[in-house]
Design a protein around this ligand. Structure first.
Ligand SMILES: [Zn+2]
Length: 295
């Protein structure tokens, strides 16, 4: 366990929101739902971006939360997820949806343990994912690329993280979101140490999403085939503790499980007794460390 080392400030977040509002943005999602969970607050804060593309890599799946849908099989599940993605694009004003059609870990023989403990080198899809992501990045003409930091080490997230890092050149700003709900399941100090030491990332911006948290949660529930209250709780817990590191020692707020509850908490804007800060919820993005900054 390590101590959290990053305190959120308003500074670069405003410029980032303006950049996403005015520029060309590529949002890279390993699975349908990852962007909504991990940086949906930032997108809600941006409003309608001038031109954003949602690129989702692993769009075929055998996994769904409702048992009846699970029994219906891969084709039905994958079609449902596509509908959810298109609804999310409409909700957030994203101009383009690009599904890459790869089989997710559930279809490639990974179980719950293997999918978060396997290395990308052994995965047979690695080369194909790199090629497809690379082509999609080029085609997007994006000036900002927002991709998973692969917090939690899910094999699909690691594959996408690696592919994006290999594909984005100096022409675009490459940023990484903290993968949720995974980040909410780990000690905050460990999350930060993994991102700094293993991924070679540095903090870029912490975004105050207190005013749009209800909207973010609404976006998460668009993915009805996968989102439950537990997932929302873990996501909001992480958003609370990253808004204020002094709550990190506390327990997840059990009351936060619905949009209404989230609104109530957001409206409360709890002020920290230690730091006195007024954020209730935050999302954070990271950048690749310059060689001199890498530790
Ligand atoms: Zn995912």
């Amino acid at each position: 366990m390590g101590e959290p080392t990053w305190e959120v400030t308003d500074e670069p977040a405003g410029a980032l929101a303006a950049r996403l509002r005015e520029g060309r943005t590529l949002l890279v999602s390993p699975h349908p739902d990852d962007v909504a969970y991990s940086c949906g607050g930032l997108l809600a804060a941006v409003g309608r971006p001038a031109h954003a593309t949602l690129l989702t890599v692993f769009t075929r799946s055998a996994w769904a939360l409702p048992k009846r849908l699970r029994r219906a099989g891969v084709r039905v599940i994958s079609a449902r997820r596509r509908e959810e993605e298109l609804r999310y694009c409409r909700l957030r004003g994203l101009a383009d949806y690009r599904p890459l059609g790869f089989d997710d870990a559930s279809l490639r023989g990974y179980d719950d343990v293997a999918e978060v403990s396997s290395s990308v080198e052994a995965d047979g899809l690695r080369g194909a994912v790199e090629e497809a992501v690379s082509a999609a990045v080029r085609a997007s003409g994006a000036d900002t690329v927002l991709a998973p930091a692969a917090v939690g080490g899910h094999i699909d997230h690691l594959l996408v993280h690696g592919a994006v890092r290999g594909a984005v050149g100096n022409g675009a700003l490459l940023l990484f979101y903290e993968d949720l709900p995974y980040a909410g399941q780990h000690d905050l100090g460990d999350v930060e140490r993994t991102l700094r030491d293993e991924r070679g990332l540095v903090p870029y911006a912490g975004v105050d999403v207190s005013g749009v948290v209800e909207d973010k949660v609404r976006g998460m529930y668009v993915y009805g085939s996968q989102t439950d209250d537990e997932c929302v709780r873990e996501t909001l817990w992480h958003a609370r503790r990253t808004a204020c590191p002094h709550v990190a020692a506390g327990r997840p707020p059990v009351a936060v499980g619905s949009a209404a509850e989230a609104r109530a908490m957001g409206a409360g804007r709890p002020t920290c007794a230690v730091g006195g800060r007024a954020f209730a919820y935050a999302e954070r993005v990271w950048a690749v460390a310059a060689p001199a900054e890498a530790r």
